[in-house]
Design a protein around this ligand. Structure first.
Ligand SMILES: [Zn+2]
Ligand SMILES: [Zn+2]
Length: 237
């Protein structure tokens, strides 16, 4: 299956918008998060020749502006789009989706949304002392599972642990997205990177709120199995 990086903090192409937050397109049909700005997201989609009418569902990892920012303009351009959210997202988020005629679907537990693409459902997390529910995306291919994360506020180890419980005996090929390690020290990051290796994760693509220093630690530990996620990039899983 094809993964396209539609929005993130780095890019290889000069004509693409970059910024805070992420937006990844899976197999041309499922969009995971929408970055910080709708106009920028639509601009990148245009430049990357994304067929917006082919998108069947948008999965929002968590209710933070840098992940929901592009959703509103997308809904204005695409009526009746399915929006997967956690049950404990804010009321204002849910009302806004409904006002813009999105089809809100609240996922409590692991759910298959199109063939071989799943959401984890709500995982308990915390951000600055407040409850912050979050969900990740799971893609099942011949290579194994790929886990896609937004900010990983519940903790990347906890998210991977939950997926392992829901998909026992399945190999995890890749984990990519925000790992939220920006405020962790070198030892803590090293511990987490090694722990993921121990858990059998073959490749990693930490980006966004992982922080640049932590990305480099992952690169040191994962070597050729480290993916530097950049806007405009496409890869197969
Ligand atoms: Zn974020
Ligand atoms: Zn966040």
């Amino acid at each position: 299956m094809k993964v396209q990086i539609l929005f993130d903090k780095d890019t290889m192409a000069k004509d693409l918008r970059i910024g805070w937050g992420v937006s990844f397109l899976i197999d041309e049909v499922v969009l995971f998060d929408t970055g910080e700005n709708g106009r920028w997201l639509l601009e990148n989609m245009g430049n990357l020749k994304v067929n917006i009418d082919k998108i069947m569902a948008v999965v929002i990892s968590h209710d933070h502006w840098d992940h929901t920012g592009g959703l509103w303009e997308l809904l204005e351009n695409r009526e009746e789009l399915k929006v997967y959210a956690c049950p404990n997202f804010s009321l204002s988020f849910k009302r806004k989706v409904e006002r813009l005629k999105g089809k809100l679907i609240e996922t409590e537990r692991v759910t298959e949304i199109v063939e071989n693409i799943f959401v984890t459902g709500e995982i308990t997390g915390e951000y600055k002392g407040e409850y912050m529910p979050e969900q990740a995306l799971i893609v099942r291919t011949e290579k194994g599972l790929t886990i896609v994360t937004g900010c990983s506020h519940p903790g990347i180890i906890k998210i991977v642990g939950q997926v392992k419980k829901d998909f026992p005996n399945m190999k995890i090929y890749l984990v990519f997205g925000g790992f939220h390690l920006i405020d962790k020290n070198k030892q803590e990051v090293k511990f987490i990177a090694e722990k993921l290796k121990e858990m059998g994760i073959e490749k990693v693509g930490p980006t966004h709120c992982t922080g640049y220093d932590a990305q480099m630690i992952f690169r040191e530990i994962y070597k050729d199995d480290f993916i530097f996620i950049k806007t405009g990039q496409t890869f197969e899983i």
